[in-house]
Design a protein. Structure first.
Length: 352
């Protein structure tokens, strides 16, 4: 039961995506009336929040019952026209949504009561979630950013989110959970490289929004710092505070320099990818294309090395870099296909 469950840490926001067929013309939750709707797999978090959301706005499973299944199955059903809309509760940038957004038959619909053209998406998300939170307290307003999925959506989409939480049984040894929690935060750069949602992992906010009590082992990790020299030597407080005040300006400058250094590093990779993209458009044979692809691989390798060494920050700027890199690689693949279809490309030499 829930009484034996314990929280380890709040990981990242899982955002509710409403993926719809474009020809269904769904622009708000009230437009779902009369359509066949996918609400996730039975017993899943998606089903729980989607059914409560539809009940909240008054959309009933009539005349057609709700469809239930996995995310991948839902996308296939959408493409086949068997359902018109599907809810997916998933971290921003999830592969299944990325795959869906490559199909122009599918689109992301806003989580809003009525169509609200021209209104601020963040205001829409905040206003709607305030009402829904009365019935489902663990939700937060969220906006799916512009071009979050390979150029789509073409404008921000209001939505809501819940925190993905790592949980365990209350009877797990505290030492084991403390080691797991320690590894989770010390290796967050590597985790964010494999899954972009982990860029939101932050020790300062990891204890917020927890539905279950914190496990003793996780609590030991979060409160691991023992009382320091200052608290044990009150008579030295005046001297140390003086030093801190004198050094404050220096520390502020160092921090600005460090943050700017990280920004300058990622800007260098932005420029490198931009340069490759421009040259891809001018590529006339497979040899040039192979050289550009090799350059992209080298850019990825250098960025990964700097991320692991924490010379790059695992934040939104790194997600932008990953999106730019993915778009450039897709451009290379499209260009390769065009060259293979052209007489000049297939022979490897420009036409006379």
């Amino acid at each position: 039961g829930g009484g034996s469950v314990r929280s380890v840490a709040s990981l990242y926001p899982e955002v509710l995506h409403l993926v719809c067929r474009t020809d269904a013309k769904i622009n708000s939750l009230e437009d779902l009336v009369g359509h066949r709707i996918g609400v996730g797999a039975s017993g899943s978090g998606t089903e729980q929040i989607a059914t409560r959301l539809l009940q909240f706005v008054g959309v009933e499973p009539k005349p057609k019952p709700f469809w239930r299944g996995s995310f991948a199955e839902a996308i296939e059903q959408l493409k086949a026209g068997e359902i018109d809309a599907a809810f997916l509760l998933i971290g921003l940038g999830g592969d299944v949504v990325s795959e869906a957004m490559r199909d122009e038959q599918l689109t992301l619909a806003p989580i809003q009561m009525h169509s609200a053209e021209g209104e601020n998406p963040e205001d829409i998300a905040r206003t709607f979630t305030q009402g829904f939170r009365v019935h489902y307290p663990h939700t937060s307003p969220h906006t799916i950013p512009l071009m979050a999925y390979d150029g789509r959506p073409r404008k921000p989409v209001p939505s809501l989110s819940v925190q993905a939480v790592m949980a365990c049984g209350g009877d797990v040894e505290p030492e084991i959970i403390e080691r797991i929690t320690k590894t989770l935060f010390e290796q967050r750069a590597v985790l964010s490289q494999r899954e972009s949602a982990f860029t939101h992992l932050d020790e300062q906010t990891a204890q917020g929004g927890l539905q279950f009590p914190l496990h003793e082992g996780a609590e030991n990790y979060f409160r691991r710092r023992e009382p320091g020299f200052l608290s044990q030597n009150a008579e030295s407080m005046g001297f140390v505070v003086t030093l801190l005040l004198l050094g404050w300006s220096v520390l502020t400058w160092v921090r600005r320099w460090y943050v700017q250094g990280r920004k300058n590093r990622v800007d260098t990779f932005y420029q490198a990818i931009g340069g490759v993209s421009e040259r891809v458009h001018d590529a006339v044979d497979m040899e040039v294309l192979a050289e550009l692809e090799s350059e992209l691989a080298d850019i990825r390798r250098r960025a990964t090395d700097e991320l692991i060494q924490e010379q790059l920050a695992a934040d939104s700027s790194y997600i932008v870099f990953q999106n730019m890199l993915g778009n450039c690689q897709a451009l290379v693949e499209r260009t390769r296909g065009e060259l293979q279809l052209s007489p000049a490309g297939s022979s490897g030499q420009p036409e006379e």
